[in-house]
Design a protein around this ligand. Structure first.
Ligand code: PXL
Length: 286
């Protein structure tokens, strides 16, 4: 009997995030993006959201010890080449993550690359983070982060800066960098002054790099930020530098938004598995 060839184990990335019963954002989009980017996705669930394409109508938050235990179980057996965070829900969960990161060597100088996406609300404005948890983000996760990836709504919550133009985007990057992360990516998708492009801005405390991409006009961007942070963490796990991981993730997200689709009566999801889907649709199967 022919032996099955043993596959090469891909890099391993953990998402610490919430679930979305509509399958658009959070854990679902992260795992799709991680798979598409060629890494093995592991999961630490923080909260279960009751959600469809229109609204989040319920949130069940897991105990901080259960979040910490999921991270520790995976880190001490499977091992991790990068970690990303999404919806963290409460200050208690953030504290548990920070403590576990220190214990198992995630983030900080020399630790496993740590991508912190400071998710605060859904596209419809439903709150995904307790108000008092913003302080915990700034004090406990930002100093441990390899890169933080706020959108402009999250920038306003974290810094008080209302970004309406490129100058303010630069100013916000400086303020956020002062909170301790190695790199800051201020995403420009919500910047209305840019009509035909979305410019993301990367800053490491010394130099700025702009990442322009075409603006694809659609309401179906649910899960877009999660996909971006997941793709960055996959790139880091695969050994790319932060600027190269961001450049690749930016192109990947643009293509995922281009293939986004209608779902329900609200915001449809981006489509990180577009390349696999094209393979199926192309008749290469069977
Ligand atoms: O896209 C941000 C996000 C992350 N995680 C969960 C979400 C959302 C947005 O709705 O529901 C669980």
């Amino acid at each position: 009997m022919a032996e099955r060839a043993v596959g090469v184990t891909p890099p391993r990335v953990m998402t610490i995030a919430g679930t979305d019963s509509g399958g658009g954002a959070g854990v679902a989009s992260d795992l799709r993006a991680l798979a598409a980017c060629g890494v093995h996705g592991c999961v630490a669930v923080t909260a279960v959201t009751v959600q469809n394409s229109v609204a989040v109508t319920g949130v069940h938050v897991l105990p901080p010890e259960t979040v910490a235990a999921q991270i520790e179980a995976v880190a001490t057996d499977i091992g991790l080449d990068a970690v990303k965070t999404g919806m963290l829900a409460t200050a208690g969960i953030i504290a548990a993550i920070a403590e576990t990161c220190d214990r198992v060597g995630i983030g900080g100088g020399g630790g496993t690359p740590f991508v912190v996406d400071p998710v605060a609300a859904s596209m419809g404005g439903d709150q995904l983070l307790a108000d008092e948890a913003l302080d915990a983000f700034r004090a406990q996760l930002f100093p441990r982060a390899t890169v933080v990836t706020p959108n402009l709504d999250e920038v306003r919550l974290l810094t008080g800066i209302d970004v309406h133009d490129r100058d303010a985007q630069y100013a916000a990057a400086k303020v956020l960098h002062g909170m301790g992360p190695q790199w800051v990516l201020v995403k420009g998708g919500h910047l209305v002054e840019d009509e035909s492009e979305c410019v993301d801005l990367l800053y490491d405390g010394t130099s700025f790099t702009e990442y322009p991409g075409p603006r694809i006009v659609t309401g179906n961007t649910h899960g877009g930020g999660d996909t971006m942070a997941s793709a960055i963490s996959a790139g880091l796990a695969r050994g790319l530098s932060v600027p190269d991981a961001v450049a690749r993730a930016k192109r990947f997200v643009t293509e995922s938004v281009r293939r986004s689709y209608d779902l329900g009566r609200g915001h449809g999801p981006v489509s990180p598995l577009w390349a696999v889907r094209e393979w199926w649709d192309g008749g290469s199967v069977g």
